[in-house]
Design a protein around this ligand. Structure first.
Ligand code: ADP
Ligand code: ASP
Ligand code: MG
Length: 406
């Protein structure tokens, strides 16, 4: 007998038929003698609908009240799935995050999980029930409802698995595993049987939304056995996220191509080249709670330099406004920007032992006439910023260049 946490995403519970299908899958696991805790997302499209509703009331919705609204999508699914299970003779019980007591900090709309109370869940499991928990949500120390950020049900699933010391956390979604790149963009993408935590972390943080990045962090930290599978197939092992890279196996140099359309670039031209410039520019951006991704400062010339960085596209206008103010203060020449850019990254632990990956990547892009605007590298990834119109082409070309379609 194993304790398994299963998380079902939005498309897997999109309508009553699919929820019934999920119920049948759970019943099969239950019949094999396993204890099952299920985490569900809102039915697909529901969270977007709820956010749109909130915006009709207030252009920038109050974060506490926004969480009170958006958490309801998941609650609906828990009740429906519990009914679906009871209808086929499986005893089940639904919980909101607050009912379990998934305790979080008070950062509304992107709260972090602090602890999970196991008592209710253990009691129900011991009584032979399937426990169904609403994903994406928790409660803070003052009893306020919080949510965990878009895609946060993945993190709910992994956090529950960690708290319960589950034997496995299964993330059921609309693809049958983690692919070499988004199969919606590159149909030739191949499913990976395994991927290391390190690589999965990079893939998630660089834009592959198949897993929320925090869920991967959690799984790595608490050694949760994490697997991504399809809820639309009865067979298949999915993709296992592994702690250790297999030392016996020849690692592929590149494991996957990630991308993010959601980027914007800002540049301050003609900044006086004196100590403290980076701090003055980025400090004011950080004070406005805007995350900065890539940063480039050019070699100074004639006492001035140019300074560029990228932000989330949603923060573009706000960041531009701030830079205009900083420009006045610093006596810089001009602020320019571009919110039609994207970031494409090659990820792989094999890069460590293979030089020349970057030049291979740059040549492949050059051969297609794609101009690289910014570059950033780490031990196991190379990212480039490109004009958004080249995104699909660049991803396809790099996928082929690194032999990922083989
Ligand atoms: P869910 O609603 O189940 O949480 P998501 O839409 O959040 O599902 O995540 C699944 C989607 O992630 C897939 O449909 C796929 O388009 C996308 N995706 C992006 N990158 C990858 C990748 N490398 N492997 C698999 N899926 C990916
Ligand atoms: N329903 C939430 C969202 O759409 C959480 C999730 O699906 O993981 O972001
Ligand atoms: Mg998701």
């Amino acid at each position: 007998m194993a304790l398994i946490v299963q998380k079902y995403g939005g498309t897997s519970v999109a309508n009553p038929e699919r929820i019934k299908n999920v119920a049948r899958r759970i019943a099969r696991f239950k019949a094999q003698g396993h204890q099952i805790v299920v985490v569900v997302s809102a039915m697909s499209g529901e969270t977007n609908k709820l956010i749109a509703l909130a915006k009709e009331m207030q252009a920038v919705p109050d974060p506490r009240e926004l969480d009170a609204v958006v958490c309801t999508g998941e609650q609906v699914t828990t009740g429906l799935l519990a009914m679906g299970l009871k209808a086929i003779g499986v005893d089940a019980r639904s919980y909101t995050g607050a009912q379990v007591k998934v305790l979080t900090d008070s950062t509304f709309t992107k709260a972090r999980i602090l602890s999970i109370d196991e008592a209710n869940i253990r009691r129900d499991l011991d009584a032979g029930k399937v426990v169904i928990v609403a994903g994406f949500q928790g409660v803070d120390a003052d009893g306020n409802i919080t949510t965990l950020g878009r895609g946060g049900s993945d993190t709910s699933g992994v956090a529950l698995a960690a708290a319960l010391k589950a034997d496995e956390c299964q993330i059921y979604t609309d693809v049958d595993g983690v692919y070499t790149t988004d199969p919606r963009v590159v149909p030739e993408a191949k499913k990976l049987d395994t991927i290391t935590f390190e690589e999965m972390l990079e893939m998630a943080s660089l834009g592959s939304k198949v897993l929320q990045i925090r869920s991967v962090e959690f799984a790595g930290k608490y050694k949760v056995k994490l697997r991504v599978l399809s809820s639309f197939q009865d067979e298949g092992e999915g993709t296992l996220i592994t702690v250790e890279e297999d030392k016996n196996m020849e690692q592929p140099i590149i494991s996957g191509i990630a991308f993010n359309r959601d980027e914007a670039k800002l540049t301050m031209l003609g900044v006086p080249d004196t100590p403290g410039i980076a701090y003055q520019i980025l400090g004011s951006i950080a004070d406005a709670n805007i995350d900065v991704d890539m940063i480039i400062q050019n070699v100074g010339h004639d006492g001035t330099t140019d300074f560029s960085f990228t932000v989330n596209r949603g923060d573009y206008a706000k960041a531009q406004g701030i830079l205009e103010t900083v420009k006045q203060k610093l006596g810089a020449r001009e602020v320019t920007g571009d919110n039609k850019i994207c970031k494409v990254s090659a990820v792989g632990v094999g890069m460590r032992s293979h030089p020349g990956v970057a030049s291979k990547m740059f040549k492949a892009l050059a051969d297609e006439g794609i101009n690289i605007q910014m570059i950033s590298t780490s031990e196991i990834k190379i990212s480039v910023v490109l004009d958004e119109k080249y995104l699909e082409l660049a991803v396809r070309v790099l996928h082929r260049t690194f032999g990922l379609d083989q």
